[in-house]
Design a protein around this ligand. Structure first.
Ligand code: FAD
Length: 395
């Protein structure tokens, strides 16, 4: 790579990229720009409520030690790919040899705002939400995706009353299939979360002493706090006119090189990397993928003749009610998997011609590891079952 590297977004992907480049001996100038004024922090702990303290991805002293320039509290507002210049909110224009855009996503804008109504993406969002939850009371969670389900779990463990509302009758089934989804719903049920599934929130009305949440069947919930977790969207307006292909994020080839301009890459939630078969890209909003894409871009920047593509088995996790859900490889929710169970732990396996291609484990790290190895090596369902059975018997 020739010239300076500028990274927009100093978070999971951006910091992983900068760290990887330094650990691999890159000595050039690296500037990390982020509109968040906080020292970079990790996002998954924000919904899991394990600790009040943020998990820092990079501190200022570390950045200094690594020779990374942190420009925090500054937003990227425009990009001229012809002149290779990035415009910042403080009026500066940064020239670059290579630019990596790792700006993540923003919560889908809820129709409702006001006191006690939260979204969750940033540390500031988390602080506001957790301060409200510390007061107890009734939390209504709108949307039972990963973040909504995790916050429901955290809030109930902190003594709040919780109601989880979602238009789908079995929200986790959208990702993991009906039977595994059923199992996850029983966790909420047993923990005491009130489920309002197959229901749509029609209105939120602020009262002097709380919030009235009206559902489509006429039920009215009286809430003290509301979390709206209805998904996220790409924030690409600032890139209009840059020449980049913007289609629900930044379209990239399978090495993260943004289509439409040279010397520009994208990584993490904002980036839609082309599939291995050349098919058009789809954004992936998961931590492991952001990390792996960052490592690929680092390798490609260091050795452009041999661009890297992701090769690890994709993995997503979520922690709910004291158990970890792991989703590995290619899981097709429309196809019912083979289920393996052991004392409340569960492993679901998806196969193609007998070879494991995807898996979901519920509270079963060993099952997950075994499935992951099988997916990586083209192992069979039978081999996974054989591996797990004697180990379980030996316990
Ligand atoms: C509450 C929560 C819980 C999660 N839990 C899990 C989990 O359990 N498992 C899992 O796999 N994934 C989880 N995720 C998803 C995971 O955190 C993301 O996939 C990951 O953070 C993506 O990293 P990123 O670097 O692409 O984006 P982000 O981490 O979102 O970082 C983007 C950064 O870009 C900055 N930025 C945006 N626009 C601009 C701009 N114009 N100028 C300057 N800076 C800008 C932002 O301030 C931000 O710091 C969770 C996410 C959240 C929010």
């Amino acid at each position: 790579m020739t010239g300076d590297l500028v990274i927009v977004g100093a978070s999971v992907a951006g910091v992983a990229l900068a760290r990887t480049l330094r650990s691999r001996g890159f000595t050039g100038r690296i500037r990390l720009v982020d509109r968040d004024a906080e020292e970079p922090y990790d996002k998954p702990p924000l919904s899991k409520g394990r600790s009040e303290e943020p998990v820092r991805l990079l501190t200022r002293p570390e950045a200094e030690q690594l020779g990374l320039e942190l420009l925090l509290g500054v937003e990227a507002t425009g990009l001229d790919t012809g002149a290779r210049r990035l415009a910042l909110s403080d009026g500066r224009r940064l020239g670059y040899g290579a630019l990596v855009i790792a700006t993540g996503v923003r919560p889908r804008s809820p129709a409702w705002t006001g006191p006690g109504v939260h979204v969750l993406r940033t540390l500031a969002d988390a602080r506001a939400l957790h301060a409200d939850l510390a007061r107890g009371g009734h939390l209504v969670v709108v949307g039972a995706g990963f973040i909504g389900a995790e916050v429901a779990s955290t809030a109930i463990s902190r003594g709040c009353r919780v109601t989880l509302v979602d238009p789908l009758p079995n929200p986790p089934a959208r990702v993991v299939g009906r039977r595994v989804g059923d199992r996850i719903l029983t966790w909420h049920d047993r923990a005491g979360v009130n489920l309002r599934l197959g229901r749509v929130v029609q209105a939120l009305d602020h009262l002097a002493d709380g919030i009235k949440v009206r559902l489509d069947d006429g039920e009215v919930l009286r809430a003290d706090h509301v979390l709206v977790g209805i998904g996220a969207e790409a924030d690409v307006e600032w890139l209009a006119g840059s020449g980049l292909h913007l289609d629900d994020g930044i379209a990239c080839d399978r090495h993260g090189r943004a289509l439409g301009a040279d010397h520009v890459f994208a990584a993490g939630d904002i980036a839609g990397w082309a599939a291995a078969d050349g098919g058009s890209g789809r954004r992936i909003e998961h931590w492991n993928s952001a990390q792996e894409q960052a490592r690929c871009i680092a390798a490609t920047l260091l050795d452009p003749e041999h661009p890297q593509a992701p090769c690890e088995v994709p993995m997503v996790w979520s922690d709910q009610h004291g158990r970890t859900i792991q989703i590995l490889g290619a899981v097709d929710p429309a196809v019912e998997p083979r289920l393996v169970e052991d004392e409340g732990r569960l492993l679901a396996l998806w196969d193609a011609g007998g070879r494991v291609v995807g898996a979901v484990s519920l509270g079963w790290p060993r099952g997950s590891l075994t499935a992951r190895r099988a997916i990586a090596s083209g192992g069979s369902v039978t081999a996974v079952l054989d591996t797990l059975a004697p180990l379980e018997a030996a316990r």
